[in-house]
Every structure is written in C-alpha cells, then in structure tokens.
Design a protein around this ligand. Structure first.
Ligand code: FMN
Length: 164
C-alpha cells in the first residue's frame, strides 16, 4: 500500500524525522515536510488552492496510507500539524472524500508515553472522514537524535504493518 507522510515538526532533521526514518527504512513513502511548504491557517470563504494545501490534497488522493508524524508540543500535536488538520475543512467544503484510507500516527516526546488524549483528534478525525485509524507509535527521546531500543523494536513492527 502506498504511504504518504505528513511531517509536522518545527525542524526537518529533528527527533521526529529520526524516528520516522526508522519506520520508513522498510518501504517506499512520499514525505511532505510542512516546514517546506506554505500552509496558511484555515479561513472561512478562502479557496483551498491558495497555497501548498492543493498539492497535499492531490498527494492524499493518490496514497492509501496517511502517516501523520508530529512531536508532542505542549501536550498536543504541533502547531503545524494542527493547521494541517484545520485545512482538512476545505475538503469538506469541496466534497472531497478520503473514505477507506488508513491513518497512522507517529510521535516523539520526552515523557515516557503520549499525553492522555493525544490520539483523540487523530482517531476521531479519521472516523469523521470515514478513514480507518490504525494506531500510534511513540518514541520517548530524552537525548536528541537517540531512539531507545524499545522504540526501535516497535518501529520494526509498525513498519511491517504499514508496508504489508
Ligand atoms: C515547543 C515544545 C514543546 C514541547 N512540549 C512537550 C510536551 O508537552 N511533552 C513532551 O513529552 N515533550 C515536549 N517537548 C519535547 C519534544 O516533544 C521532543 O523533544 C521531541 O522529540 C521533539 O521532536 P522534534 O525534534 O521533531 O521537534 C516539547 C518541545 C518543544 C520544542
């Protein structure tokens, strides 16, 4: 299955990218780094094709897996990722459907596990858009660039699921 990654870190070569690369080692994927694209906030009555979101929509249409990769910033998804979520509203307005696609979450932080409720917007947004939420993988990265062995093993299993 083809995989599209939306990377929402504030740095392109940070912990989230390092962990993501482990997952992507076993299969092909298209990565959209939100740092590289202009992506405006959702605005009422503004066309969706005014910035990089049009390209993202095209890519989403042509992949069956959507992997959303975000660090934990202040107990929640990154601001960049939230802007991306808000822009999905444009698609509702335009009647674009992603029904049947799979959604995965990858995240990094410095706490032992994801904050309570972190997955809720991913799971519920997938459900609302009639996509299937397939679960999350998380790495606690206290030292910059260092993925703990436990998370490395989890990345292998996650990767197998993603690319099977
Ligand atoms: C603005 C900001 C807020 C953060 N808030 C949290 C947090 O609430 N919980 C946590 O576990 N780590 C937090 N961290 C640590 C990052 O989640 C962690 O270092 C992550 O691996 C960074 O990934 P990145 O290099 O892709 O940005 C925060 C870091 C930043 C820069």
């Amino acid at each position: 299955m083809s995989t599209l990654v939306i990377l929402g870190s504030a740095r392109s070569d940070g912990n989230t990218r390092t962990f993501l690369d482990l997952v992507l080692a076993n299969g092909p994927a298209t990565v959209i780094d939100l740092c590289d694209h202009e992506l405006g906030h959702y605005e009422y009555d503004m066309p969706s094709d005014r910035d990089g979101f049009a390209m993202m929509t095209t890519q989403m249409k042509s992949h069956s897996n959507l992997l959303l990769a975000t660090p934990v910033y202040w107990y929640a998804m990154s601001g960049r990722m939230k802007v991306f979520f808000d822009r999905l509203t444009d698609l509702l307005d335009e009647g674009v459907s992603f029904k049947g696609k799979n959604v995965y979450l990858l995240s990094t932080g410095t706490k032992p596990s994801l904050p309570e409720g972190f997955e809720v917007p991913f799971r519920d947004t997938a459900k609302y858009l009639e996509m299937t939420y397939r679960g999350a993988i998380y790495a606690c990265m206290r030292e910059a660039g260092v993925v703990p062995d436990e998370a490395k093993r989890a990345a292998e299993d996650f990767s197998t699921q993603l690319f099977r």
